[in-house]
Design a protein around this ligand. Structure first.
Ligand SMILES: [Zn+2]
Length: 238
């Protein structure tokens, strides 16, 4: 089990950690700031700087045997340090911050378009949500204008923990149909965009919507009779 520091502070860029195990795939530490791939958000990248001066590139982070275990993926030909080695884990912060901004923006999009969400994905500089929506979607410029209005309103984004039992008693909290919140650890984290959106989510978020910056709807695609895919990108993306 890995102590997941990003869950309580998404702004931590680095941490001290002790190597627990190393195998073909990568490294497991006692604690980490690296978010593992899940919930439509890619795993973090960065480096591990070991006490002996060795620096190892972390090319991805994925969940291990249990959801609370993070495997820091490294190249297969890199020699594995011995368990017990101390290291400083450092994120590629610029990339992670872009992922946090876009991820938070998808919460705004789910409020602008109040339809059931059937899927979603964040990538570097881009994001999308799939909606179960039979009627024609609003004009993409209208969605862009509404999103940027919510961004510039600079609303606080907060989180709080609830037990699985509390969540089961309030199914409306689970808005997404295919991207399930992490469960099984006895509690889940609720993300609230002030006055706008409340849902269970395990990803990383910025603390105010103003930090997202200008965004636009790149396009809206029809995916079958019922589904509409809305693709976002940051303003200024080539
Ligand atoms: Zn989220």
């Amino acid at each position: 089990m890995t102590e997941l520091l990003f869950r309580d502070d998404a702004y931590l860029r680095s941490c001290d950690a002790t190597l627990i195990a190393a195998d073909d795939k990568g490294l497991r530490f006692d604690r980490t700031v690296f978010y593992p791939t899940g919930g439509g958000q890619p795993g973090d990248t960065g480096v591990a700087r070991f006490a002996d001066g060795t620096t190892i590139a972390i090319v991805d982070a994925v969940k291990g045997a249990t959801p609370d275990e993070v495997v820091h993926v490294i190249a297969p030909d890199v020699p594995r340090p011995a368990p017990g080695s101390r290291a400083v884990l450092e994120l590629d912060w610029d990339r992670r911050h872009r992922l946090m901004r876009m991820h938070t923006c998808l919460h705004l999009l789910s409020a602008v378009l109040p339809y059931p969400v059937t899927g979603g994905q964040v990538s570097d500089g881009k994001g999308r949500l799939d909606f179960d929506m039979s009627e024609a979607p609003p004009d993409k410029d209208a969605i862009t204008a509404k999103l940027n209005e919510l961004v510039t309103s600079d609303r606080p984004v907060r989180f709080r923990w609830v037990t699985d039992a509390e969540l089961d008693g309030n199914a409306d909290l689970v808005k997404t149909m295919s991207v399930k919140p992490p469960r099984g650890s006895g509690r889940v984290r609720l993300i609230e965009v002030d006055g706008l959106d409340l849902q269970a989510c395990g990803g990383t978020h910025v603390s105010r919507t103003g930090e997202i910056g200008p965004v636009r709807v790149r396009k809206i695609e029809s995916k079958g009779r019922q589904n509409r895919r809305v693709l976002l990108e940051f303003e200024g993306t080539p």
